[in-house]
Ligand binder design. Sequence first.
Ligand code: HSE
Length: 436
Amino acid sequence: MKKSAISVGIIGFGTVGTGVAKILLKKEKELQERLGFPLLLKRIADTDTKRDRGIRLPADLLTKDADVVLNDPDIDIVVELIGGIHPAKEIILKAIRNGKHVVTANKALIATEGKKIFDAAKKRRVEVGLEAAVAGSIPVIKIIREALVGNTIEALFGIINGTSNYILSKMTEESVDFSTALDDAKALGYAEADPKFDIEGIDSAHKLAILLSLSFGAPFSFSKIYTEGITEITPLDIQFASEFGYKIKLLAIAKLVDSEIEARVHPTMLPDDSLISNVNGVFNAVYVEGDAIGQALYYGKGAGEMPTGSAVVSDIVDIARNIRTGAAERIRGLGMPVNRKLSIRKMEDISSCYYLRFSALDKPGVLSRISGILGGCNISIKSVIQKDRKKEKAVPLVMMTHKAREKDIVLALKKINKLPVVSGKTLFIRVEAKDE
Ligand code: HSE
């Protein structure tokens, strides 16, 4: 016999939990009309039951004890919104053991322990919804798993960390330095509890690991993703980038190249007339190339109470519909089988165009010494800018290269950085553009 209502329990009543509760409670009637059956928010568990979240809850909805949710036989769907690895992992595994379907926004957990969670769910024949883990309001999981099922995905580029995008946008628009822009992002509440995850590219790499599994069947490969953050980008680089016709973005990149996957997160220079380079502030964007669709760009808010709450509710509704129609597991966990033959290309084997910023003495012969080393390492220079004129003093010298191998760039810079006419470490930024 069909249950008359599907019941939901939330564990973790922070920003996203509040958004989910607001939607489920305020739209209870509307959702019932759309679904054709009631969707009830039965319990919310959080260690802090006192804080005012700007939402009025029915009596007895809140509890301090997660087990009240996990052991409630009426609850069909457990929503984990605590974040982090522990105790979120144990809570999700217990929910699955208890036969509950799970919805989570926990990108760090899925990126690192996803296999264990999806294996457990498959065994217990329950679903795991993770739409809110990547790009908030952009339904990218649904897009890849369902809408693009007729495509072989060839490449995917994402601005999937709003905080770092906000920082780079602010540095570009207002010429402020990195730490001023970071302080601003913190004050506005965009950054993770530990902003290291945002600014060092870790949060983007977590999300990319999930997208890799969905798009290519690559087993959750977080530890194999090359990850570099934005902490070394200066307003000077942003200004030089603009003079060359580029913007700098923290990009998560996945590409199928010669039966291998390139999977990397790093600051990237993009032509300033491309759509994705004009995604600014805390907005996210995911660009996908598929063999049937060609190119597509998806854009929206990647974080925040209501956009992420909306993504969680979409998973809850999908699962509730599947429960009602007896179609749980309608879509296999990650939408495609794991392809164990697929390997992630070593970073040294990738090819790209590069922006190089040297700090070099302004005296005759310096340019030829640097370009000699680059030429000797098979690197061809496309253009050069030297702005300042400070005789016998260090000045920034900037070059753009044609496509070169990362291995050759690393070797050349090792040699160049040892030259007495070069001071400090040379900064390099990969460029994603056609090499004409
Ligand atoms: N700190 C994350 C961001 C939140 O800035 O995108 C959403 O995952």
